[in-house]
Design a binder for this molecule. Structure first.
Ligand code: CP
Length: 332
């Protein structure tokens, strides 16, 4: 089912409130701000690749301390399509204070750019960086959160089902990683219930599950963790997984593989989900490890829609943080 949007979404009260803000985690957005972003992203996607001038003369600085394909390229091309441009600084440990403090890096980049994307290791230096920045800071992935991916994932699910509220999502694998956290928060804020399938060693903390329930309280959302993958995915609408070892945790690769091998998303596990269930993965993926080739390349998979939607969702985020969005509906 295709979701119907109209341009009125661009004038929702939530839209103008995002200007100048930082987005480091999902909870930096309210549920109505997230919904508004999804509406804007949908409209931008429908408008296609034609270049617009909404961000003409604006610059995005991107600081990457870790590898990236999707985040880097989608932000850069997204800025170009909006009439602005992006520059990238690659390097190790910008924010760890070895060369200069996170605050000094932020103060310098704020003098050049109108917004900043940062992909880094630990979350705390990113918070210090954002506090010192005078322009909006977007988390392009930290150890604690990956909000850009989670926003794009909500867009992908909404495109397929026409709604988010009332759906059920299962996250299979390491329930303590950045992707699991941001996804569960975004899902709950949108009215989706979440189950985790994780071994005890990788189970999300009870305090986090309670927070997810609290975020989804207006929708009576539930959040539960199971050790049985079959139990967790039973009849769900979305099955999501990620690599067994996150970037930067390579020292734990062997231990993670041993613990998470029974949590591979394969054809048998997908058969326990609802017949219409989507398979989702933020990519990059390791076929034969967390997912079989038959599933990721099969009919349930929407992984390349997710990758595409990174750009549409981030264009909406850039517009919301750098403009008041008003009047855009007339120009698209
Ligand atoms: N999913 C994601 O963030 O991809 P990259 O690491 O390639 O940016």
């Amino acid at each position: 089912m295709q979701t119907m949007y109209n341009y009125a979404v661009l004038t929702m009260p939530a839209a103008g409130r995002l200007r100048g803000r930082n987005v480091l985690t999902m909870v930096d957005l309210s549920p109505d701000e997230l919904a508004s972003l999804l509406g804007t992203a949908h409209i931008l996607k429908a408008a296609g690749r034609e270049q617009q001038r909404f961000l003409q003369g604006k610059s995005l600085a991107m600081l990457f301390e870790k590898p990236s394909l999707r985040t880097r390229v989608s932000f850069e091309i997204g800025m170009t399509q909006l009439g602005g441009h992006a520059v990238i600084a690659h390097g190790q440990d910008f924010l760890l204070g070895k060369r200069e403090t996170p605050e000094d890096v932020a103060r310098v980049l704020s003098r050049y750019a109108d917004a900043i994307v940062v992909r880094t290791h630990e979350h705390e230096p990113l918070q210090r960086f954002a506090a010192a920045s005078t322009v909006p800071v977007i988390n392009g992935l930290s150890a604690a959160a990956h909000p850009c991916q989670a926003i794009a994932d909500m867009l992908t699910i909404k495109e397929r089902f026409g709604t988010l509220s009332g759906l059920r999502l299962a996250y299979v694998g390491d329930g303590r990683n950045n992707m699991a956290y941001s996804l569960a928060e975004a899902a709950a804020m949108s009215g989706m219930s979440v189950t985790f399938a994780s071994p005890i060693t990788h189970r999300p903390p009870d305090a986090f599950l309670a927070r997810v329930v609290e975020l989804g309280k207006p929708f009576n959302v539930t959040a539960r963790a199971f050790t049985s993958p079959l139990r967790a995915v039973r009849d769900v609408d979305v099955v999501y997984t990620d690599v067994w070892t996150s970037m930067g945790d390579e020292a734990y690769s062997e231990r993670n593989s041993a613990a998470l091998r029974p949590y591979q998303v394969n054809e048998e596990l997908m058969a326990a989900a609802a017949p219409h269930a989507l398979f989702m993965h933020c990519l990059p993926a390791h076929r034969g490890e967390e997912v079989t080739a038959g599933v990721i390349d099969g009919p349930h998979s929407v992984v390349f829609d997710q990758a595409e939607n990174r750009m549409h969702a981030q264009k909406a985020l850039l517009l919301a943080l750098m403009t008041d969005l008003r009047g855009l509906g007339d120009q698209l």
